[in-house]
Design a protein around this ligand. Structure first.
Ligand SMILES: [Zn+2]
Length: 492
C-alpha cells in the first residue's frame, strides 16, 4: 500500500520533470517486498550521462553493485535508451540518459557486523542509505552542489526517520546523498532534545533492557563533554539510529557507522539493563566523536590514523571522565591495544601514515590500535613536557578553531598541529611519520605505570608508590588512591 503522497509524486516525477531546476535529482524509493527484501528506485538525475555507476565496495564490504537489477534508462523526452552492464555496478548507456528505473535486493550483509555499512531491509525495519542506493554522480563539482528530492513509498504501518529536511509535501530534501540515511520500520520511536547548540534525536526500534530516555541521557552527556573538550559544535542537527541487527546475533555484538550527522548503531540485545548500557557506551562514545572528527572537519586524504586511532583514545578518556569506565578499564584497554599492535607489527612494520594508506589491504590494527597507543603516549608526553598545562584536547581545540577553512590535506594539517606543541616535534617524527616501534614499558615507567606480560597477555597497572606528581596526573584519568589501596590489600 502506498503513502498518500502519490498525487504529489506524479507532479514531481511526471508533469514537472521538464521544469525541474537544473541542479536537482529526484528519486522515488518504493518498498516492493519485505520477506524477499527488494525496493524499486525511479528517478531523474541532473546530469545527462552515458556512464551509470553504483557503489560496489564500501570499506571491507564488496559486491554491493550486484544487488542492482533490471536497470532501464530513458532520455529527457522519455525515449528508451539501451544499456549494457560492464561490471558489478557499472553500466554504459547507448546514448545520454537522465531517467532511470531499477530494483535493488536488500538482503542484510552476510557478515552481520557489516550491517551498519550498507542498506538492508527485514520484516519490521530497515536502513536505507542513499550512498549505495542511488547512481553515483561522476561530476564531483555537481555532486557537491545539487539537491536530491527523495520520496519514500513504504508498506502500510511503516514510518521513516532521518535528519534530512522533510518538505511540506512529505518528501525529503537531501543535500549530500553519500551521507543520507533513512531509518524505516513499523515501531520507530523518536526522542528529541537540544544538546548545547545541536538538535539531537534518538530514533529507536526494537525492545531493549534500557529505555529510550536512558540512551538519550547517555548520548547527551557524551555530546556535552565533546563540545566542551573541543570548544566546538560540529553541526546543528544529528540523529542516533538504534536498531537490533537484521540477523540473530549474540548479545555482545555491535556494528556502528557515522555518516554526516547520522550515527547508526546496531546492537545485540542483552537482557540486563546494566550490561546493555555498559555495552552501548563503548561504540556510542566512539561514534559520537565522529560527528566532530572527521565529519565536522573539511580535511581530506588518508589520515585514518587520526580519525580512527586517536578517536579510539579520545572516546576511552571520555568514558573514564563520564564514569562509564574506571582507571583500570582505561589501562586494560591500552594493554589490549598493545597486544593487538604487537601481533600486527610482527607481520608488518609501517608508519601510521603508511598504514592509513593501506587501511583496507594492510592491517587495520596498525591504524586503530597503534593510532590509539600513539594518541595515549602523545597526550601523556605533552602533559609531562608542559608540566600539566597542555594536553591532547588542546590540539583538538586548535584544530576546530581553523575548521571553517577551505578543504585541506588532513595529514598536513594534523602533523603541523601535533608538531606545533612545544617539545613534541621528535614524537610525531618517530611515531607518526616513521615506523618506530612502541616500547610501552620504557615509555610509561616514568609515569608510574608497570607493564607486565602474563602468558600471552599484557597487563598495565599503577605502581604501588606513585609520586605526588604521578598521582595528580592519573587522577584526571579516574585514578582513585583509596580504591587502589583497597585493591592492593585484597591482592596481597
Ligand atoms: Zn570509527
Amino acid at each position: 500500500m502506498l503513502l498518500p503522497c502519490a498525487v504529489v509524486l506524479l507532479l514531481l516525477l511526471g508533469c514537472c520533470a521538464g521544469a525541474a531546476r537544473a541542479q536537482e535529482m529526484e528519486a522515488r524509493i518504493t518498498v516492493l517486498n519485505v520477506s524477499t527484501p527488494r525496493v524499486r528506485i525511479e528517478g531523474r538525475r541532473a546530469d545527462a550521462t552515458r556512464v551509470w555507476s553504483f557503489r560496489n565496495a564500501y570499506g571491507s564490504l564488496l559486491g554491493l553493485g550486484e544487488r542492482i537489477e533490471n536497470l532501464s534508462l530513458k532520455d529527457e523526452k522519455g525515449g528508451e535508451v539501451a544499456v549494457t552492464k560492464l561490471a558489478a555496478g557499472e553500466y554504459e548507456a547507448a546514448r545520454e540518459a537522465v531517467r532511470w528505473s531499477y530494483e535493488v535486493r536488500l538482503d542484510a550483509p552476510t557478515t552481520v557486523t557489516n550491517s551498519a555499512y550498507a542498506s538492508w531491509l527485514v520484516s519490521g525495519r530497515g536502513l536505507l542509505m542513499l550512498g549505495d542506493l542511488l547512481p553515483l554522480m561522476m561530476d564531483e563539482k555537481l555532486a557537491g552542489k545539487h539537491v536530491t528530492r527523495v520520496q519514500l513509498e513504504l508498506p502500510a504501518g511503516w514510518s521513516a526517520l532521518s535528519i534530512e529536511t522533510r518538505l511540506p509535501d512529505g518528501n525529503f530534501e537531501v543535500a549530500d546523498v553519500t551521507a543520507a540515511v533513512f531509518f524505516i520500520g513499523t515501531d520507530l520511536r523518536e526522542r528529541r532534545e537540544r544538546v548545547g547548540q545541536m538538535e539531537f534525536s534518538v530514533a529507536a526500534s526494537g525492545t531493549w533492557a534500557f529505555s529510550d530516555q536512558d540512551v538519550m541521557s547517555m548520548a547527551a552527556s557524551i555530546l556535552k563533554d565533546y563540545a566542551q573538550r573541543t570548544g566546538s559544535a560540529p553541526r546543528v542537527r544529528a540523529m542516533l539510529m538504534l536498531s537490533p541487527f537484521p540477523r540473530a546475533v549474540g548479545a555482545e555484538r555491535w556494528s556502528a557507522e557515522t555518516r554526516g550527522g547520522t550515527v547508526m548503531l546496531l546492537s545485540g540485545q542483552s537482557p540486563s539493563k546494566v550490561a546493555a548500557l555498559a555495552q552501548l557506551s563503548s561504540p556510542l562514545t566512539h561514534e559520537l566523536f565522529h560527528l566532530w572528527v572527521p565529519n565536522g572537519l573539511r580535511l581530506e586524504g588518508n589520515y585514518d590514523w587520526f580519525y580512527e586511532g586517536f578517536t579510539l583514545y579520545q572516546a576511552l578518556v571520555a568514558g573514564v571522565r563520564l564514569h562509564f569506565l574506571t582507571f583500570q578499564d582505561y589501562l586494560n584497554a591500552l594493554a589490549r591495544a598493545f597486544d593487538a599492535y604487537q601481533a600486527a607489527s610482527r607481520q608488518q612494520q609501517l608508519s601510521l601514515l603508511e598504514a592509513s594508506r593501506r587501511r583496507w589491504t594492510g592491517s587495520p590494527a596498525l591504524v586503530y590500535q597503534k593510532g590509539m597507543l600513539v594518541a595515549f603516549l602523545y597526550d601523556l608526553s605533552l602533559r609531562q613536557a608542559s608540566r600539566g598545562k597542555r594536553e591532547l584536547d588542546d590540539v583538538y581545540r586548535a584544530l576546530f578553531q581553523q575548521a571553517g577553512a577551505a578543504r585541506r590535506d588532513g595529514n598536513e594539517v594534523l602533523l603541523a598541529l601535533l608538531n606545533g606543541q612545544e617539545g613534541m616535534l621528535d614524537f610525531t617524527r618517530r611515531y607518526v611519520e616513521s615506523a618506530s616501534e612502541i616500547e610501552l614499558s620504557a615509555a610509561v615507567a616514568p609515569l608510574g605505570l608497570r607493564v607486565e606480560r602474563i602468558g600471552a597477555r599484557t597487563t598495565i597497572s599503577a605502581d604501588g608508590k606513585l609520586t605526588r606528581q604521578q598521582r595528580d596526573l592519573w587522577r584526571a584519568f579516574g585514578y582513585n588512591e583509596d580504591a587502589q589501596r583497597a585493591l592492593r590489600r585484597v591482592s596481597s
